[in-house]
Design a protein around this ligand. Structure first.
Ligand code: FAD
Length: 493
């Protein structure tokens, strides 16, 4: 009898992996071998629009994980389900062929993935195979923090407060799970075929998942080295040199002072417990409390963002429609969006004529990542100034981001009455225009404030010399139109 841990794209690590750790314990208990599997599903990638950068990052990380596990005589098998409907049978078939008596996995909270797990649970039940699905993605289990009325907390500030109080009262929540113990060396022979199973190449993924060029692929691989060790290294460097000023500089996209840890959290290469424990250890030397802002050395502002990630998982399970292409505020589903393909293309290409928006969209293309402040501004511009269905933008982000995460992306894109002013946002957050100059080289020689809104602040003659597009829309007028449209469509139902 063997015990199986089923890796998903959100827990690709051996360290501090809740279900893997429990599976290892169970294997010892039943004197069986610990096997692991990852299911490659090209049709799922098409469905979600997964970017080539993310697909490649996952495949590269799997290769490293396979090597690490093999050192402990634990095989990582890769199975392929070509079609979405083949996923259940693929797992059930693996279980049959390898005499598995217990299956372990960590929760994925999106509706399709929960439905998949229910189907698998039925199939395993019919075979008398035990299934344990455990919470692993967050420090505090989604849904656990409740308000005075007894329901789950719905607003971020009280959630953050309750999160901090809970972790303070129960610091063991930050304890990490033990790594799996080694299998007997005889496993190498007994499961020879599993050890030999190959991690797919990016070329095995659908054609829409290929990079534009080998140079682009290599640049992305250099920017985002795969695997757990690379993630921990990045975390430590961030804590050592950047976290101290994070609170003051995090909104400045030019300063690039955030951790750039999002791809590592999104693929589960580094766990939030590991990150928070590292923060705690970092602050301990200063006798500071890592979640209170007093006597803190920069960490509490960063942990606040980690808690945001937890909050979005907490709200996702409370409202499954969030992962069904519906807005959180369902009334926004009534908005009559525009379909202007020229505007859409200009947004995708970073050619809108609004420097901060264009800088963000160009960074996305080049780095498969965008600074949070630019994400907020590019999203606001698409759904209000261009009045284009925010779901198109959401999907474009999925198709290009290396850190795509359904909970963070859909809730980042959530439509609302908040509209950003793309000029004052740039002036406030990118005061030296470093970010704009980096990504919009047409403007790099501008010295003064004209860079934030060149067509409005320069003479027509001087502007023409820049070879930079004129704004495709008047942002002041379109803001008013969007707010009127929202009001009309939301209140007409
Ligand atoms: P840091 O500032 O160093 O923060 C540390 C970690 O906290 C991040 O890695 C991330 O896991 C979490 N975090 C930070 N900001 C947020 C936030 N606003 N919401 C939720 N979690 C946060 N994040 C993704 O991981 N994947 C996405 O697909 C994604 N799409 C977004 C789309 C829009 C329109 C917006 C406005 C935000 C989106 N975010 C997304 C959230 C945020 O922009 C990124 O997590 C952040 O920019 C990643 O950079 P970092 O790792 O340097 O963050």
């Amino acid at each position: 009898r063997n015990v199986l841990h089923w890796f998903r794209s959100k827990d690709l690590r051996m360290q501090d992996n809740h279900a893997l750790s429990e599976a290892s314990k169970k294997a010892k208990e039943v004197s069986g071998s610990l096997l692991t599997v990852y299911m490659f599903t090209p049709a799922d990638m098409e469905w979600h629009g997964t970017s080539p950068a993310r697909t490649d990052f996952i495949l590269q990380s799997l290769k490293l994980l396979k090597g690490e596990l093999a050192e402990k005589n634990i095989p990582l098998a890769i199975v392929t389900a070509k079609e979405r409907k083949q996923k259940t049978d693929t797992i059930l078939d693996f279980v049959d062929r390898h005499h598995v008596s217990h299956v372990y996995a960590n929760y994925e909270y999106e509706i399709d993935e929960l439905r998949r797990d229910i189907k698998v649970a039925h199939g395993l039940h019919d075979k008398d195979v035990a299934l344990s699905i455990l919470h692993d993605q967050t420090v505090i289990t989604p849904g656990e923090l409740i308000g005075g009325g007894g329901g789950p907390l719905k607003v971020y500030t009280p959630y953050h407060k309750a999160w901090c109080a809970t972790v303070k009262a129960k610091p063991t929540l930050l304890d990490t799970y033990p790594d799996p113990s080694s299998n007997d060396a005889s496993c190498k022979t007994a499961f020879k075929d599993l050890f030999a199973s190959k991690v797919p190449q990016l070329s095995d993924a659908p054609s829409s998942k290929q990079f534009d060029s080998a140079e682009h692929r290599d640049r992305i691989r250099k920017l985002w080295p795969a695997g757990h060790a690379a993630g921990v290294d990045r975390l430590n460097k961030f804590l050592k040199s950047k976290v101290r000023s994070y609170g003051e500089t995090r909104s400045n996209p030019g300063a690039d002072s955030s951790s750039r840890m999002s791809p590592y959290f999104s693929a589960g290469l580094v766990s939030p417990r590991e990150a928070c424990s590292a923060c705690l250890a970092h602050n301990r030397s200063a006798k500071a409390d890592f979640i209170s802002s007093s006597a803190d050395i920069g960490v509490s502002a960063w942990v606040r963002e980690i808690v945001f990630r937890e909050f979005y998982r907490h709200t996702l399970i409370g409202k499954p429609s969030d992962s069904m292409n519906m807005p959180h505020n369902l009334k926004f589903d009534y908005v009559q969006w525009e379909t202007n393909e020229d505007h859409w293309q200009a947004w995708c290409d970073g050619q809108t004529g609004m420097p901060l928006v264009d800088a963000g969209m160009r960074q996305l293309k080049a780095e498969a990542w965008m600074h949070n402040r630019a994400r907020m501004n590019t999203a606001s511009y698409l759904r209000t100034n261009l009045l284009i269905d925010y779901r198109r933008g959401e999907r474009w982000f999925a198709q290009n981001l290396i850190d795509w995460d359904l909970a963070n992306n859909t809730q980042g894109w959530e439509p609302s009455y908040t509209v950003f002013n793309p000029v004052s946002q740039a002036e406030r957050n990118d005061p030296d225009a470093e970010y704009i100059k980096r990504w919009v080289p047409e403007l790099k020689n501008l010295q003064g404030k004209e860079i934030f809104d060149p067509s409005a602040r320069m003479s027509a003659k001087e502007f023409a010399k820049l070879e930079y597009p004129k704004p495709i829309v008047d942002w002041k007028k379109t803001k008013a139109i969007a707010l009127e449209t929202y009001k009309r469509d939301l209140h007409s139902h």
